[in-house]
Design a protein around this ligand. Structure first.
Ligand SMILES: N[C@@H](CCC(=O)N[C@@H](CS)C(=O)NCC(=O)O)C(=O)O
Length: 229
């Protein structure tokens, strides 16, 4: 068994910051599967062309190639049923998919303005022109304008975490007593922010902060050891 993962890297190849790649690395750790990660830069589209698309994570498992973090999570749970369930139970897969959609469409876009300029400062120099023009087209303004006034945006962002805060005040993990893929989805977003930026997104007295600390200790502290800002 040999698993390989294309994993977004910065100018420093040890800087791994993609929220989606973190989801996959936590899923592999949950399953107890060792993986060799391959540092990949935004403009190295030709290296993952075999996957039929242009984004990471891309997982290679023997003869199989899987892209998209949600598809990879489902693949791992189906291909390795004898290892710990990634979703906690078969029935939990569907509500976990809702959380995946919420993180993709609300949480991650909510975090981007806080970390955008830090990302730009830490990506490989060869990625900079692509990243600037691609993101400026997406956001309809310069990176500098989109990343401005972080402090002013912070109260609204923290308010948007109310559903997480409410749940984590009542139970230790989103999946219940133990972490599962629901936690990895959301924690992947905070690990992205933590690796790329020193901006304090969460207040220390927030139950979300305490949960993030518990998640940083998961897998014998693997997430805490990652290169961070
Ligand atoms: N829905 C995909 C999203 C993957 C994605 O957007 N990955 C980013 C890295 S965080 C990427 O590869 N971006 C390439 C680009 O912007 O050109 C998933 O869940 O895996």
């Amino acid at each position: 068994m040999s698993l390989r993962l294309y994993d977004l890297a910065g100018a420093d190849p040890k800087l791994r910051f993609s929220p989606y790649c973190w989801r996959t690395k936590f899923a592999l750790a949950h399953k107890g599967l060792a993986v060799e990660t391959i540092p990949w830069r935004f403009t190295e589209k030709e290296f993952i062309a075999f996957s039929g698309q242009e984004r990471v994570p891309v997982l290679i498992d023997g003869e199989k190639t899987i892209s998209d973090s949600w598809a990879i999570a489902c693949y791992l749970d189906d291909a390795y049923p004898d290892r710990p369930s990634l979703f906690g139970s078969a029935a939990a897969r569907s509500p976990t998919r809702f959380l995946n959609a919420w993180a993709d469409t609300v949480l991650n876009p909510g975090i981007i303005p806080f970390v955008l300029l830090d990302i730009f400062g830490k990506i490989d120099p060869k990625d900079r022109d692509y990243f600037r023009s691609n993101r400026e087209q997406r956001f309809g303004m310069t990176l500098e304008a989109y990343g401005a006034e972080r402090e002013k945006r912070l109260p609204a962002f923290r308010q948007s975490l109310t559903p997480l805060r409410t749940m984590l005040a009542a139970q230790p993990f989103l999946a219940g007593e133990r972490p599962a893929y629901a936690d990895y989805i959301v924690f992947g977003s905070f690990q992205w922010a933590r690796c790329i930026s020193s901006f304090a997104l969460i207040a220390p007295d927030d139950p979300v902060f305490a949960w993030r600390e518990r998640m940083l200790d998961a897998f014998d502290g693997m997430p805490r050891r990652a290169l961070a800002a």
